[in-house]
Design a protein around this ligand. Sequence first.
Ligand code: NAI
Ligand SMILES: N[C@@H](CC=O)C(=O)O
Ligand code: NA
Length: 458
Amino acid sequence: MTVTTPSAPHAPQPALKIALLGAGTVGSQVARILTEDAEMLAARVGARLELAGVFVRNPDGRRDYQLPRELYTTDAEALVDSADIVLELMGGIEPAKSLIERAIGNGSAVVTGNKALLAQSGSELFAAAAEAGTQLSFEASVAGAIPILRPLRDSLAGDTITRVMGIANGTTNYILDQMDTTGAAFDDALADAQELGYAEADPTADIEGHDAAAKAAILANLAFHAPFRIDEVYCEGITRITAADNEAASEAGYVIKLLAIAERITAGDGTAGAVLRVHPTLLPREHPLAAVRGAFNAVFVEAQNAGELMFYGPGAGGAPTASAVMGDTVSIARRLVRGGAGRTHTPRSVVPALPVGEARTSYMVVIRVADRPGVLAAIASAVAEHGVSIVSMRQVPLAEDDLVVEESDEAYTDEAPESLLRIITHEAKEQNLAATVATIKELDVVTEVVSVLRVEGN
Ligand SMILES: NC(=O)C1=CN([C@@H]2O[C@H](COP(=O)(O)OP(=O)(O)OC[C@H]3O[C@@H](n4cnc5c(N)ncnc54)[C@H](O)[C@@H]3O)[C@@H](O)[C@H]2O)C=CC1
Ligand SMILES: N[C@@H](CC=O)C(=O)O
Ligand code: NA
């Protein structure tokens, strides 16, 4: 629809009807901004943004920001049908998807923060919006308040982005940061992140890396102008990270971060494509991403002409995410008032997703080995066998706790002294590194491979 500004000096200001679907952490903050900043928004848009209603499960429930009772409804379809702009902030696949399709079918514009849905069905929804000549905007879906999608889509549209590497999940960054700096237990740090409104309704999506994987797919979509999906992202979460991993990382001068990485590479057979991966990663303490604390996010972009750029800010939480939702809403509303074609993201190129084995990384491997002559040589030769080279190999004494032995545990007696060996490799093909670790595990001088972590930014 197009709203025209009235010519008479005292004519009432035109209004655009906004439907809000969901009034949780983010939806409540959007409701607050629409209410408390109504005048400022009207001045910027040239029309009032009128909240037509809020779709909720229970209209009588208490919310972070309480609106008059009559604004809450359980009739989502009727609300969607009445709106010029639909803000979907429920999360999940259904009914979010059907309601967005309904809005697009009506020719209404849609704003969403739903990365899970976009990383699964984005192509379909973008195509539907383009066909209907309407807009589907989603800046809130990646890195909360940080303007990252618009810069990738517009500001860098004349450049070739080669790599995007980001801390894109606030919950896991908060947990890892707490574990690293305060020694907090995993479960306590997760409970805090939930309390602070960073975590998804089911925090499994955060800690298993699925949320970051959805964001990796969306980032790659915009950076490489091609339709990637979440099932093309290799994904490992942070649930297996231990205090011992943190100690080993710290001792070696690294910090552990859950990174979402999308990079253009050429595979061994010459195919040009991209690898998308999410996993806990060691970063040197002096790397710009290592300084990203708490629930903050940052996205590090490498482009052929621009060079290195970093986007940093609050990546989760009600008000910061609502800021991104409102940015999209104001931009759409201005277009509806002033006229002009809506632009919806339409991936045009084909960049195949390549298997993670084609990526190049370094590893830090910590192994428990027998303390006897020839061990280092045996390990070095196992590594060399797979064409991998070693940056450093350091023998670390076992902590006193590790020396406490069960009576039945023969491996830990005085006759078989052991130590920890920490190896850092040069960058090599991921598949060769994985084969190296498999060979190391089989060596009889090796009691246990304690941890294997990828290293970036060396
Ligand atoms: N919380 C955050 O920091 C961020 C959240 N997002 C995304 O924004 C969206 C909303 O997130 P939150 O506000 O944190 O979630 P939330 O769980 O706090 O709120 C969702 C609201 O939608 C309602 N809802 C869900 N399904 C419904 C249904 N079938 N019928 C009626 N109501 C339903 C829930 O009752 C709840 O009030 C999600 O897609 C999330 O991934 C994006 C960036 C940051
Ligand atoms: N659960 C997400 C919320 C923002 O996308 C996170 O922790 O980053
Ligand atoms: Na954003």
